[in-house]
Design a protein around this ligand. Structure first.
Ligand code: PMP
Length: 402
C-alpha cells in the first residue's frame, strides 16, 4: 500500500519521512492523483444543463460520485448528500439553515462535547447569538472519556440540538455516538443530532441510517481525497423542511423579479459551480478505501495505535490523554516540563511529522490546563517501522529536552 502513495518516498534530510499527522490531513494515493488528472484531461466541463458531450459526461460522473458517497455512508438516498468543501462548511451549513428555519428558539439548548473541534463549536455559538439559544458543553469523565451520566442528566425538554465528534481529534477517544443519539431521541424525538465524522470516516464504517442521526459531516482530505472536498449528509425529511442558505445558480427552479422557487434536494443546497473535479475524485478516494476495506484498515491502525501507546507508556513520564482502549487511530500526549512545540520540532528533525498545539480544541485545552499537546495519528499506510521510528525519536528528543 505504501507504494500507492508517492509522497511517502520523501526524505527529510537523510531520514525517510515518517508521516504521523494523518488526523490533520492524509496523503493521496496514485488512484486519486490519476483520477484528478483524468478528469481534467478527458472530462472537464461545467455540469447540469449543458447540451454538449463533455457537459453530459461531467454531469454523469459528478452524480455517480454522489451515489458513491451515499453508498459509503449507507444513506437512504442520494438526495441526502450535499457536497461541501469539508466538515467546517457542512457544520456551518447545518447551523445556518437551522438559524433561518425558526426551529431553534430562545432558551433552547445546544449540547456539544468538551472535546469538540472549533468548527463544531463556533457555528453553534453563532446560531445561539442569532436565536437566543444556549450552548452547553457536556463534561468529560476524569479518565477523559465521554460522561454518559452527565449527558443524560443534561438532556431535557429544552435540548434542541446535540453535536459531537465520533472520534475526538485532540484526545483520540471514540465517543459513544449510537448511545448518545438514542438517549437524545428518547428524551425528545425531534432533537437534532449532528455527528462530526472528520476523524472517523477514514477509519471505521459508518451507517447513518443505523445510527439514527440527523446530520453527518466529513472532510474528503482526511479520507485520501483532495482538500476542499467533503459532504454533509442530512435526513431527507429534515432537509426538505429546512430553508436554503446560499442563493445562486443551480439551487433554483425558476427565478423572476417577483420571486424564486428552489430546486429539489440536494441541489437546493449547492448554489454555484461545485468542486466538480474534487467531488469526482472524492468518489475515487472512497473507492480506494473500500477496495482495501475499512475493517482491515481499522484492525491495522488499532494494532499500530496500541503498540505506540504501550511504547510511549514504557518510555515513562509521558501523560497519554485518555484510555488505551476505545480510541481511534491517534494518541495525544502531554509531557510535564516539555513544551509540545519543542518536542514536535525535534521529532521533525528526525523525520517524524506529528502535530503540536491546541488542535483547534481550545476549550478542551483550557479544561486540561495546557496550551497544547503532541499528537501522533495513523493512516492505512503507516507500519511497524513508523511506530518504532516514532518511539525512538521521542525517546531521543525527550533525553535532549529533559
Ligand atoms: N472536526 C474535527 C473533529 C476535525 O478533526 C477537523 C479537522 N481537524 C474538523 C472538524 C474540521 O475539518 P475541516 O478543516 O476539513 O473542515
Amino acid at each position: 500500500m505504501r507504494e500507492d502513495f508517492p509522497i511517502l518516498a520523501t526524505h527529510i534530510g537523510k531520514r525517510p519521512l515518517v508521516y504521523l499527522d494523518n488526523a490533520a490531513t492524509t496523503q493521496k494515493p496514485r488512484a486519486v492523483l490519476q483520477a484528478e488528472m483524468d478528469y481534467y484531461e478527458k472530462v472537464n466541463a461545467n455540469i447540469h444543463r449543458g447540451a454538449h458531450y463533455l457537459s453530459r459526461l461531467a454531469t454523469e460522473q459528478h452524480e455517480q460520485a454522489r451515489g458513491t458517497v451515499a453508498a459509503f455512508l449507507h444513506a437512504q438516498s442520494e438526495r441526502e448528500v450535499v457536497f461541501t468543501s469539508g466538515c467546517t462548511a457542512g457544520i456551518n451549513l447545518a447551523a445556518q439553515v437551522l438559524a433561518l428555519s425558526g426551529l431553534v428558539r430562545e432558551g433552547d439548548e445546544i449540547l456539544v462535547t468538551t472535546d469538540a473541534h472549533h468548527s463544531n463549536i463556533v457555528p453553534w455559538q453563532m446560531l445561539c447569538g442569532r436565536t437566543g439559544a444556549v450552548l452547553r458543553p457536556i463534561p468529560l469523565t476524569p479518565e477523559l472519556t465521554f460522561d454518559m451520566a452527565a449527558y443524560e442528566a443534561m438532556l431535557g425538554p429544552r435540548t434542541r440540538i446535540v453535536a459531537a465528534p465520533y472520534i475526538s481529534n485532540a484526545l483520540g477517544i471514540i465517543n459513544p455516538i449510537p448511545e448518545m443519539i438514542a438517549a437524545a431521541k428518547r428524551n425528545r424525538p425531534d432533537c437534532i443530532f449532528l455527528v462530526d465524522g472528520a476523524q472517523s470516516t477514514a477509519h471505521m464504517a459508518v451507517d447513518v441510517q443505523a445510527l439514527g442521526c440527523d446530520f453527518y459531516v466529513f472532510s474528503g482530505h482526511k479520507v485520501y481525497a483532495p482538500t476542499g472536498t467533503g459532504a454533509l449528509w442530512g435526513r431527507e425529511e429534515l432537509l426538505e423542511q429546512l430553508p436554503p442558505w446560499l442563493g445562486g445558480g443551480e439551487m433554483i427552479k425558476e427565478v423572476s423579479f417577483d420571486g424564486t422557487t428552489y430546486n429539489d434536494l440536494p441541489f437546493k443546497y449547492e448554489a454555484g459551480t461545485p468542486n466538480i473535479a474534487g467531488n469526482i475524485v472524492l468518489a475515487a478516494a472512497l473507492d480506494y478505501v473500500q477496495k482495501i476495506g475499512l475493517n482491515y484498515i481499522d484492525e491495522h491502525e488499532q494494532r499500530l495505535t496500541r503498540n505506540l501507546y504501550d511504547g510511549l507508556t514504557a518510555l515513562g513520564g509521558i501523560d497519554i490523554l485518555g484510555p488505551r482502549e476505545g480510541r481511534g487511530a491517534l494518541i495525544s500526549v502531554l509531557i510535564p516540563g516539555v513544551h509540545h512545540y519543542d518536542l514536535g520540532t525535534l521529532l521533525d528533525q528526525m523525520g517524524v511529522a506529528v502535530r503540536t498545539g491546541h488542535h483547534c480544541c481550545q476549550p478542551l485545552m483550557q479544561y486540561l490546563g495546557t496550551t497544547g499537546t503532541t499528537r501522533y495519528s495513523f493512516a492505512l499506510y503507516n507500519n511497524d517501522d513508523d511506530v518504532a521510528a516514532a518511539l525512538s525519536a521521542t525517546e531521543r528528543a525527550l533525553n535532549m529536552l529533559r
